[in-house]
Design a protein around this ligand. Structure first.
Ligand code: NAD
Ligand code: DAU
Length: 340
């Protein structure tokens, strides 16, 4: 089986590539990634010399490149992680999100239509469902919750999902979609809340918490996400959507305080800053379908997973120091300069 993983040099994609390369020596795993600011081949040193692994640099929105790749490689499965993934960046520059997340996905689908595919799996997000109120802990996102997006990022992901389903219904492409909640774990780019707070707390820098810090996210360890996608490829039903989440809801303030406690840093580092425009209040996944139909259960509990993750960032300082010393410092100044 030849499996092309797009966006395999990013946070979740790299964890998924490592999982698949190690678990399936009989499958060939091709990592197709443009290496944008978020793509980093250092995430893949663990498997870079594995005989069943290959890296190809390219853009999923470049039609000629994608069609040539399909012509040459004739992949059996596509797992599409490639995306612009950061909500704050989508507020600054929506168009790049349309290009990669929407047009990149339709370009891949067109190639599947032309050359055939056994499965196209779209890695989507719980953000396509919009948000839930803070005072209704009884409400959760199910696969039937209507799409109702807030940010340019979530709108681009929802749009891609609609195209995936349209290509299934109209052209018979064998697709599946997964919608996961917030991931944490090794190799997450330090623009996202958890690695941002860890790296800044270690440097005794102010920790920007948007608004009041009461917004709720539903955290899942990246390994549990990777196992879930593997299971959907194996047992998932074509044409179906699967929600992935582990019932680990925390306010942002709780997450930040957990990190400060683990690092023995003072809460006085917290700085409440101007809220993210359109900030989603609460995400919470109902994972019943994954659990009952596919037998998936997350392995990590949040507290242990967070301890291990914090330790990983302590043990791999070089990895993130390398990132934050580069163009990232200009990004931070641009996004946070006036807020802090
Ligand atoms: P990331 O930003 O860390 O990685 C994205 C990767 O895609 C990078 O390696 C980048 O180089 C690559 N890429 C970007 N544009 C490309 C293009 N045009 N062609 C080829 N490669 C390109 O993202 P992530 O956090 O690992 O998220 C991966 C996927 O999972 C995304 O589709 C995202 O929407 C989804 N998702 C993320 C989370 C989360 O918590 N991070 C949760 C649910 C779903
Ligand atoms: O729910 C899945 C989504 O989770 C994915 O689809 C996205 O790709 C991923 O980026 C993530 O989106 P969020 O916006 O939830 O993640 P982020 O880490 O940017 O922010 C988490 C919460 O923390 C959110 O409520 C905003 C807040 N926040 C974030 C940053 C970067 C802060 O308070 N301060 C910050 O500096």
């Amino acid at each position: 089986m030849k499996i092309v993983v797009t966006g395999g040099a990013g946070f979740i994609g790299a964890n998924f590539v490592i999982h698949m390369v190690k678990k399936y020596p009989e499958h060939e795993i091709i990592n197709l990634d443009l290496l944008t600011y978020a793509g980093n081949l250092e995430n893949l040193t663990e498997v870079e010399h594995a005989p069943n692994y290959r890296f190809i640099r390219g853009d999923i929105a470049d039609r000629k490149f994608v069609f040539d790749l399909f012509e040459k490689e004739k992949p059996d499965i596509i797992v599409n992680f490639a995306a612009e993934s950061h909500v704050d960046r989508s507020i600054e520059d929506p168009e790049s999100f349309v290009r990669t997340n929407v047009m990149g996905t339709t370009t891949l689908l067109d190639a599947c239509k032309e050359y055939g595919i056994k499965r196209f799996h779209q890695v989507s997000t719980d953000e396509v469902y919009g948000d839930l109120p803070l005072d209704r802990p009884d409400l959760f996102f199910t696969e039937d919750t209507p799409l109702h997006t807030s940010s340019p990022y979530s709108s681009s992901k929802a749009s891609a999902d609609l195209f995936v389903m349209a290509y299934h219904r109209t052209f018979g492409i064998p697709v599946t979609i997964s919608r996961c909640s917030n991931n944490y774990g090794p190799y997450q780019f330090p623009e996202k809340l958890i690695p941002l707070i860890i790296s800044r707390a270690l440097a005794d820098e102010e920790l920007p918490v948007y608004g009041t810090g009461e917004n709720v996210r539903d955290w899942l360890h990246v390994s549990d996400h990777c196992v879930a996608i593997d299971l959907i490829l194996e047992k998932g039903k074509v044409g179906e959507v699967y929600n992935i989440g582990g019932h680990n809801e925390r306010t942002n303030l709780e997450v930040v305080k957990t990190i400060l406690k683990a690092l023995d840093k003072p809460e006085s580092l917290i700085k409440f800053v101007t809220d993210r425009p359109g900030h989603d209040r609460r995400y919470a996944i109902d994972p019943t379908k994954m659990e009952t139909e596919l037998g998936w259960k997350p392995q990590y509990v949040f507290d242990t997973g967070m301890k291990q993750t914090i330790q990983w960032y302590l043990d791999n300082k070089e990895w993130w120091e390398h990132i934050i010393s580069g163009e990232y410092s200009q990004y931070f100044e641009k996004m946070y300069g006036e807020r802090l």
